[in-house]
Design a protein around this ligand. Structure first.
Ligand code: C2E
Ligand code: MG
Ligand code: MG
Ligand code: MG
Length: 299
């Protein structure tokens, strides 16, 4: 009868609610656990900076590297940035982590330069939160002076959504960063939701075409059309274009034919720890191997 039905519905509702709140509890607990582990991570030296090379499309010469953060938890192993950076952006930890990344990347750039691995550009990913804190200017200036970093040797990668959150503030800070000789790239281009008008508001040097347009470029003519249009747009605005996520020689050839300036992806190299990347970089910069006899006249 109706009463029994009502009773069942209530019980069911209660059960659902309980299930739902348990689920919510579990994810909240998991997040708290991750936040707690993150707090120890910096102090425990669990962060690592890996580097993925970038190449000139026309001849395959290495021209730069992108610094990519890694977290090696003693029990959980290597945790990818997509799992913890959003949390650090929420709770503000990205400010300290971002500072560590900047210091580490600048020191690595200088160390490679001193070892003859040059010219090389070091690209660093910067979150919206970091662009809201003007202290980044002083941190940056200190690193540039400390390591004698020249114009164009350092690049900041920002996403469209991160600069469009507060466009006026972002334009101001990016202008000051640019004035320090740091170049600017828009990361994951094509995945945001704002109009293209923002491109002329910021002092940009480079567009990085998101890898979702590259992954199937040889089969999907829509992707090819989007990439081709993005390259024309960028060149028309005086920007260079980097394609992300290049995984095959066919993609390389096609991107080169479309006029893409630079390439990055697993086809060339995955992100690697500095020591592992070094020999590869030496070869791709067309430099002699470390310890090899230099070419040319000897006495
Ligand atoms: P991103 O800046 O767009 O970096 C490119 C991502 O694509 C990297 O993932 C890289 O490993 C991956 N990738 C490169 N080539 C290929 C390819 O050929 N195929 C495929 N499938 N993937 C490729 P990763 O290292 O997991 O980083 C993910 C994101 O985390 C980055 O995307 C960036 O948004 C963020 N991130 C990484 N390091 C930092 C950092 O130091 N600070 C900040 N704020 N964000 C960072
Ligand atoms: Mg990036
Ligand atoms: Mg990207
Ligand atoms: Mg990304």
């Amino acid at each position: 009868n109706a009463d029994t039905a009502m009773y069942h519905a209530k019980a069911q509702g209660r059960a659902n609610y309980q299930f739902y709140s348990e689920e919510l509890n579990r994810s909240a607990m998991a997040r708290l656990d991750l936040e707690r582990k993150l707090r120890n991570a910096a102090a425990g030296g669990e962060f690592e900076l890996w580097y993925q090379p970038q190449y000139r499309a026309c001849d395959g010469q290495a021209i730069g590297v992108e610094a990519l953060l890694r977290w090696r938890h003693p029990q959980d192993g290597l945790i990818p940035p997509d799992r913890f950076i959003p949390i650090c952006e929420d709770n503000g930890m990205i400010l300290d982590i971002g500072r560590w990344v900047m210091e580490k990347a600048c020191a690595q750039l200088a160390s490679w330069r001193n070892a003859g691995l040059a010219p090389l550009r070091m690209a660093i990913n910067v979150s919206a939160r970091q662009l809201r804190d003007t202290r980044i200017i002083d941190l940056l200036r200190a690193q540039i002076e400390r390591h004698g970093i020249g114009p164009g040797e350092l690049e900041f990668e920002v996403t469209e959504s991160s600069v469009m959150e507060r466009p006026d503030e972002a334009a101001f800070i990016l202008g000051r960063i640019k004035a320090l000789g740091v170049s600017l790239a828009i990361d994951d281009f094509g995945t945001g939701h704002s109009s293209l008008a923002y491109l002329k508001r910021f002092p940009l040097d480079r567009l990085k075409i998101d890898r979702s347009f590259v992954s199937d470029i040889e089969h999907d003519c829509n992707d090819a059309a989007i990439v081709s249009a993005a390259i024309s747009l960028a060149h028309g605005l005086g920007l260079e274009v980097v394609a992300e996520g290049v995984e095959s020689a066919v993609q390389w050839a096609q991107l080169k034919a479309l006029g893409c300036d630079e390439l990055q992806g697993y086809h060339f190299s995955r992100p690697l720890p500095a020591e592992q990347l070094e020999p590869l970089l030496r070869a791709a910069l067309n430099l002699p191997a470390a310890g090899a006899t230099p070419a040319g006249p000897q006495d």
